[in-house]
Design a protein around this ligand. Structure first.
Ligand SMILES: [Ca+2]
Length: 137
């Protein structure tokens, strides 16, 4: 496995930056390595069929469980999320701006990102939509 980076070490995750910064495509090996944070085995706490945004890295702090179609995450959660868990059966797109605008990342079903700063998206997420039916590519 060549040229590993800290981002590549994230587990159970397949994410691609769709636009505009491009060139940051990450495919991660499921469960090959534990993350650097002390995340317990299993999934973060999140209601069924919701996309949960978390105030802190590692799924801590305030939790915001949201539907996978949310044009505006609301004033409490806007630009606050530092980690995210997609606890739905479909891929979702996370946007930097409200109304499904701005920087986008794709998150596969049941995938998580425990540090959005690795993707340049700390304290940025503002809206969420359903992703590709076939999952993130
Ligand atoms: Ca934003």
């Amino acid at each position: 496995m060549a040229a590993r980076t800290a981002a590549n070490d994230r587990r159970d995750l397949a994410v691609i930056i769709l636009r505009p910064l491009a060139a940051l495509a990450l495919l991660l090996s499921p469960l090959l390595t534990a993350g650097p944070t002390a995340v317990a085995q299993g999934s973060p706490v999140c209601e069924p069929d919701r996309v949960c945004l978390y105030e802190n890295f590692g799924f801590g702090g305030q939790r915001w469980p949201l539907l996978p179609e949310t044009a505006d995450v609301g004033p409490a959660a806007n630009d606050k999320a530092s980690s995210v868990f997609n606890n739905t059966s479909g891929a979702v797109l996370l946007y930097g701006d409200t109304g499904f605008q701005g920087v986008v990342i794709c998150l596969n079903p049941r995938a998580e990102i425990d540090n959005l700063a690795l993707f340049g998206l700390n304290d940025t997420i503002s809206s969420i939509s359903s992703g590709p039916a076939g999952g993130c590519t």
